[in-house]
Design a protein around this ligand. Structure first.
Ligand code: ADP
Ligand code: MG
Length: 358
């Protein structure tokens, strides 16, 4: 009889320890949390986090969207009070000081401009505006207007002062447009934020710009990214019938094309991507997908390759280490074109998906 209280205490303590162990295991077991879509930068953004514990995962999601919102508030050209809008208003008259992030993006943009032989150019603003207005008016711009806009375009006219972290325009009427690099950059920064808050894997997808890293979802060896068929993607939330599936580990992947965003002026549609050399809409590719070590690079390169077209675009990708491209030529019914390294990323082909192409 004297032992009974001791046994009871021992059982109670064991149960308590088991309970603590159970709660601890639950809170530290690996979970996968999908944020669902949110509107960022005028488009749909989603993150997936792999982390130990629900709380950590939620913190990572919040951190990722916080950084995306911050980047939007700095680099949006729709918000009048964004840093970029201020630069566009004032940089022709004086050097404008900017945040580290904006400066970093601009430095990279100038580098990508050189890398792509001028095909990627964040100073295309005046040309983008011209074609947007032409679309609204339903009439193509005059040669005179084109020539005038082109005089205001060129990364050589963008003066970056690293020491004072300022931006200055050499010519009046210039306008920066970060539409071809901002989403990729935000996806990369989301990944950094998620890692900082304890994620062991994750993916940030802002429209067609995606960054993934670390441990993939349970039961998968890779992050699987579907590549949409440009001919069956009528709108942003359209049917997601992938043309093929890519397997990624720690890369950025971006798709550019005229199938979602374009203006229509008397006949053929004009892409929202402009060839800075001609001042006209890029028309050589229906779409192109770039896989690169990060999404800032894949975003910029997908736009550059869209401008450069098949031969020059492929040549650029083959020249760069650790990048790959899958191109869809503009001619209806054309087969996909893969760069040398691209097939290694394809896990499910069109045939396996039961699609007729290639
Ligand atoms: P999306 O924005 O549809 O993902 P991109 O990443 O290719 O596609 O970016 C296209 C946007 O970039 C255009 O809407 C325009 O704002 C801007 N842009 C257009 N042409 C160029 C260019 N040659 N270089 C850099 N930016 C461009
Ligand atoms: Mg891009």
């Amino acid at each position: 009889m004297r032992n009974h209280p001791r046994i009871a205490i021992a059982i109670a303590v064991s149960l308590l320890l088991l309970g603590i162990l159970y709660v601890w295991r639950r809170s530290s077991s690996v979970v996968e949390v999908n944020s669902g879509y949110r509107m960022v930068m005028g488009t749909f953004s989603r993150v997936v986090v792999i982390a130990r514990g629900e709380k950590t995962a939620q913190r990572c999601i919040e951190a990722a969207f916080e950084v995306q919102d911050r980047i939007e508030s700095l680099m949006s050209d729709y918000q009048d009070d964004s840093e970029l809008s201020k630069v566009n208003r004032e940089a022709a008259t004086r050097p404008v000081a900017v945040s580290e992030m904006t400066f970093e993006v601009l430095q990279k943009a100038v580098y990508f401009n050189k890398l792509s032989d001028g095909a990627f150019d964040v100073t295309v603003g005046p040309l983008v505006d011209l074609w947007r207005k032409a679309g609204e008016a339903g009439e193509p711009p005059t040669e005179e207007a084109l020539a005038q806009a082109r005089r205001r375009v060129g990364s050589d006219k963008l003066i970056l002062d690293e020491k004072n972290r300022t931006v200055r325009f050499a010519v009046e009427g210039m306008r920066l447009d970060l539409g071809a690099i901002g989403k990729g950059y935000a996806a990369d920064k989301s990944m950094e934020a998620m890692k900082k808050h304890g994620a062991i894997g994750g993916m940030a997808a802002i429209a067609g710009d995606i960054r993934c890293f670390g441990r993939p979802p349970r039961g998968q060896e890779y992050w699987r990214i579907g590549l949409q068929d440009p001919n069956v993607a009528p709108n942003d939330l359209g049917p997601s019938k992938p043309l093929l599936v890519l397997a990624l580990t720690n890369e950025g992947v971006s798709t550019s094309g005229d199938y979602r965003r374009f203006v229509k002026i008397q006949g053929p549609k004009v892409s929202h991507i402009v060839d800075p050399h001609t001042g006209k809409g890029a028309s050589k590719l229906a779409s192109d997908t770039i896989i690169a070590p990060d999404a800032t690079l894949s975003d910029a390169l997908s736009t550059a390759v869209n401008v450069l077209g098949l031969e020059k675009g492929l040549a650029l990708i083959e020249r760069l280490p650790a990048t790959a491209a899958i191109l869809i030529p503009a001619e209806p019914g054309a087969s996909l074109v893969y760069s040398r390294g691209a097939r290694a990323f394809v896990v499910t082909t069109q045939e396996a998906l039961g699609l007729p192409r290639e």
